[in-house]
Every structure is written in C-alpha cells, then in structure tokens.
Design a protein around this ligand. Structure first.
Ligand code: FES
Length: 161
C-alpha cells in the first residue's frame, strides 16, 4: 500500500479520544511503515516523503522513528532474505563459518543484496531458538543445527553461484 492511499486514521479506534493531534499522527507512523514495507519490501524515500507530507510530520522525524526499529529497511531487499544468527549460542557453534560460506557463495557482504536482487544476507542477535544453534533463517523459515551439508541444500534451493 502506498503512503498516499493509507487511511491511517481508521487505525486509531477509541484510543484517539485521549490523544492530541500530534500524538495521533506519530502513533500512526509504525502502522504506516508496516503497510509501506509490506508493499515494497522496504521503505522507499519517496514513500516516506509522501507520508511526511500526509501526516505533516518533518521528514527527519519520520526517518528517526523508522530507524529506531531494526525491522524497517531503507534499501531494497532481495527476493530471499537469508539471516545468520550470530547470538552467543550460534556463535559458539560455528555461525561465523556459515556466514563466511554464504558471503563467498553469493559474493556479497553482510547487509548487502545480490545485483540480481535474488538474495539479501543479514545477521541477527538471536532468533530465540538457541537450543537449535547454529540457526539460519530463510525468509520465514528457521533452519536449526546448521551443517555444511544442510547449508548446501539451502544454497542450492536459492540458486547460489
Ligand atoms: S543465539 Fe542463535 S538462536 Fe539464540
């Protein structure tokens, strides 16, 4: 959904009665970011500018709010997002080797996307299933107890070089 098409005020409900106009607008930003990111897979600059105009909130405030949350992205992301958990349990059980293998295979660094937009490589602090360390997520799927053989299967499924 584009920023221009958002009916953000319909999301307030009864809570709107106890908030002033500025609080209402700011409270709607997260919902708006979620809708825009659902549409574009990231937050395009033009959409954030449109949102800034629509809600009459300075663009710098729109950006600072979005950048507070790690799950909003400012750059286009690939069709597949592979995320290596680098939390303590995964680190101890070889997450760095997994990350290196993925970097080498796809020719990108952590936080980058392949030129053909097929894959974005990310890391995360902990995905909450430390008992399955080391853990890699591919889009919404979690793969635990990652081994080189399992990683090869995942890479083949994603079309690595
Ligand atoms: S440290 Fe990797 S899942 Fe918790």
């Amino acid at each position: 959904m584009r920023a221009e098409d958002l009916n953000v005020y319909s999301q307030i409900g009864n809570v709107g009665e106890i908030l002033d106009e500025s609080q209402k607008k700011r409270g709607l930003l997260i919902y708006a970011f979620q809708q825009i990111q659902k549409e574009f897979n990231y937050l395009p600059e033009e959409e954030l500018k449109a949102l800034s105009r629509k809600l009459d909130i300075p663009l710098s405030d729109v950006y600072s709010t979005a950048s507070f949350y790690k799950h909003f992205y400012f750059k286009p992301r690939g069709k597949n997002v592979v995320c290596v958990c680098m939390g303590t349990a995964c680190h101890v059980r070889g997450a760095s080797k997994i990350l290196e293998k993925l970097k080498e295979k796809f020719g990108i660094e952590e936080g980058e996307t392949t030129k053909d937009m097929s894959l974005t490589l990310e890391t995360v602090g902990c995905v909450g299933c430390c008992g399955l360390a080391p853990v890699v997520t591919v889009n919404e799927d979690v793969s635990g107890e990652m081994t080189p053989a399992k990683l090869d299967v995942i890479i083949d499924g994603l079309g690595g070089k």
